[in-house]
Ligand binder design. Sequence first.
Ligand SMILES: Cc1cc2nc3c(=O)[nH]c(=O)nc-3n(C[C@H](O)[C@H](O)[C@H](O)COP(=O)(O)OP(=O)(O)OC[C@H]3O[C@@H](n4cnc5c(N)ncnc54)[C@H](O)[C@@H]3O)c2cc1C
Length: 428
Amino acid sequence: MSEEKFDAIIVGAGLAGSTCAYLLAQAGLECLVIDRGNFPGAKNMTGGRLYGHSLEKIIPNFAEEAPIERCIVHEKISFIDEERCTTMEHTTPVATDLESRSYTVLRSKFDQWLAEKAENEGAGYIPGIRVDDLIVRDGKVCGIIAGDEEMEADMVILADGVNSILGEKLGMVSQVTPHHCAVGVKEVIQLSKQQINDRFGCSDNEGAAWLFAGMPSAGQMGGGFIYTNEDSISLGVVFGLHNAGTTDKSVPQMLEDFKNHSAVKPLVEGGKSVEYSGHVVPEGGYAMLPKMVADGVIITGDAAGLCLNVGYTVRGMDLAIASGAAAAKAAIKAKEDGDFSEATLSTYTTELTNSFVMKDMKLYKALPEFLDNPRMFNEYPTMVTAMMNDLFTVNGPSMPLRKTFLPHLKKVGFMNLIKDGVKGVRSI
Ligand SMILES: Cc1cc2nc3c(=O)[nH]c(=O)nc-3n(C[C@H](O)[C@H](O)[C@H](O)COP(=O)(O)OP(=O)(O)OC[C@H]3O[C@@H](n4cnc5c(N)ncnc54)[C@H](O)[C@@H]3O)c2cc1C
């Protein structure tokens, strides 16, 4: 057993863990971060868009020094079927308010930067070690076990990501089931800066976020995404695991088909694949949030299910950062009080409840159920692309628009359109 006793041991050097470590070290607490990856971020994956507001509050103007890729100014949402693609586009100047900006990031670079910030404040990091278990004495978490090694701490912060085995061992987190998670695969494709600027209509440092509903996830809940990095693009597919029985396609095959779609192929042509990764996305939502605090322990980020899968996109990084910060605040108070009980550490959940984290989790609580409707990702994308096709086709006398559109609307069914419309409005 290690002789040293830490104020806090943090399991996981992702955004939740390193944000927590940064703030704890800044407040003078002795903390140690342990990660199974060879370096912070080595095992971490994201689609690519970081909403900057939560980190901006902790490290003002962080984008000046952090390895961000591009600031997003172009937004595109497409309905896409096997052949056609209808896109809505929105372009805005770079926001003057820093908290309203969002950036594309690559986690292997970004997480290392954040970990270095925490190290500079005095946090210790041990990479390449998997925490196997927790030391629990009289119902209180007192440290961690990694192989033959035991290390003691007043508090353990679990920031070990989705499928937290340690949270499960404590009986706080439920085992991940296909109904409560999606799987994402992503390829990073290298292109020149100029190719990206030309293909996505960007200037240097400005980027695009492009989401696709329909064929990328085989007509089921999920979707495709493309984010432009400095000299690469992140292209991926997210697919709800509970729908695995509805298609013969594997998720990697979905990614291949998406890449080869006529609307996407020219965007990736000539690019070199430099990274391929897969990861689970928690999508249980508000109803499935676990117990997040017990004596001597706090659970943060994806480990606590704090991730929003709103169907066509996933948002978890800003929640991970904010929950890591809330955990730090609670741990600092516990250290001041010399009391590491569940009651004292519960300031963590109060902090989350008062922040955007729980407010957004609550706001979108009905959305996953609404979106988990094959019409959303199959019939509606097909309806929209077919209507647009007819609208732009001239091959003889034109028909009144209502006659052009009516057959497509009838195909989906007016009752379905009304039902889904009402349900959609209620769920947001
Ligand atoms: C395909 C996909 C697309 C996404 N797109 C976006 C997006 O565009 N925008 C967005 O905001 N969010 C997105 N997300 C969600 C976002 O990536 C996560 O919510 C976020 O990474 C959670 O951060 P975290 O720090 O909680 O966990 P993680 O980043 O998963 O970090 C957990 C860390 O714990 C370590 N670890 C785990 N177990 C142990 C152990 N036993 N011992 C030691 N170390 C351990 C891991 O190595 C890892 O470093 C996406 C997710 C996926 C999968």
